[in-house]
Design a protein around this ligand. Structure first.
Ligand SMILES: Nc1ncnc2c1ncn2[C@@H]1O[C@H](COP(=O)(O)OP(=O)(O)O)[C@@H](O)[C@H]1O
Ligand SMILES: [Mg+2]
Length: 296
């Protein structure tokens, strides 16, 4: 508040000296506009208890799979959950939760009603705004920020225990959007594969999160092993990416997820293995992961 006041006074002094009152007015309006957007977003999210971002360094490591299945695990345990799929370049949550071909509705007071997925999971995704499922859209940085802010601000989130953000891979603008626009982010969860190549890319994202003062809640290692028909565990990918990140950033490993070919098959068909086979190793790991979330 004090910094804002000082900033305004400085602006006023500099600009009145230059006798350009229109410029002062324009800048002040800009400043208050940004403030009011932030205020509106945070007012709109005021009934959300935990706001958690899911990040990774690279695409294809299973970030969306983890987000979707964490949401299902939380919902199965009785929590009210929503997913904000803000992966501009590869939004896949609607497809994974079987709510791809739905139309968004808007209330009379111009609020977007999220799509209701399985177990009442609310879904808002960039995918619903794209003209065509496969069309390439060129998103420039400021447009992404505006879109992110608008969806955060105009969506009727309501009362939620968890809002999970499926963020785009890498250390781009979108992770910064989370830090800039949403005031009390609980933290981010990193998803890595076992390989060092994957862990290295994730380490960059985690350093970025630290720079923008977002707490890193923990790491999830995906595709850690495969359980064969004989019950034995086999490591498919070389490396201990989860352990490496846990040590380097002093964060807990929230879970090591096995490879299960049904995950990809169900994901493509809009089902979650957690609902179809809750006793599978994959499902059990997810139930253990979400048990830790409210304690972090
Ligand atoms: N543990 C797993 N076992 C089997 N397939 C998986 C697993 N995790 C992810 N997949 C599959 O790998 C592909 C990439 O996962 P996805 O979640 O889309 O990655 P990202 O969001 O990081 O790009 C998807 O087809 C998904 O079904
Ligand atoms: Mg994804």
């Amino acid at each position: 508040m004090l910094i804002t006041m000082l900033y305004i006074i400085t602006l006023l002094m500099v600009d009145f000296m230059s006798d350009d009152k229109e410029e002062v007015k324009r800048r002040l309006e800009g400043l208050f506009h940004v403030k009011s957007i932030e205020e509106q977003i945070n007012r709109n999210l005021s009934e959300v208890k935990y706001k958690i971002g899911v990040i990774s360094g690279k695409g294809g490591v299973g970030k969306s799979t983890v987000t979707a299945n964490m949401a299902v695990a939380l919902a199965l345990k009785g929590s009210k959950v929503a997913i904000f799929d803000s992966d501009f370049h590869g939004p896949s949550i609607p497809k994974m939760l079987g709510v791809m071909d739905r139309e968004l509705m808007v209330t009379k007071d111009r609020k977007i009603i999220p799509i209701e997925g399985p177990l009442g999971i609310k879904v808002i995704s960039i995918a619903y705004f794209l003209p065509d499922k496969t069309e390439a859209v060129i998103w420039r940085g400021p447009l992404k920020k505006k879109f992110f802010d608008d969806l955060a601000m105009y969506t009727q989130w309501g009362k939620l225990d968890y809002l999970l953000f499926d963020l785009p891979p890498g250390t781009g603008d979108e992770a910064l959007n989370l830090a800039q626009s949403i005031r009390d982010v609980t933290g981010v969860i990193a998803v890595t594969q076992p390989t060092e190549v994957s862990a290295l890319a994730v380490a960059k994202s985690l350093n970025f999160a630290k720079k923008v003062n977002i707490r890193v809640l923990g790491v999830i290692e995906n595709m850690s092993y495969f359980i064969c028909g004989d019950g034995k565990k086999y490591k498919i990918f070389h490396g201990e990416g989860g352990e490496l990140l846990s040590k380097e950033f002093e964060i807990p490993i929230l879970g090591k997820i096995p490879i299960d070919p049904r995950v990809a098959e169900y994901g493509d068909s809009g089902y979650s293995l957690l609902m179809e086979d809750p006793d599978s190793e994959f499902s059990k790991v997810f139930f253990r992961i979400v048990d830790q979330l409210s304690k972090l």
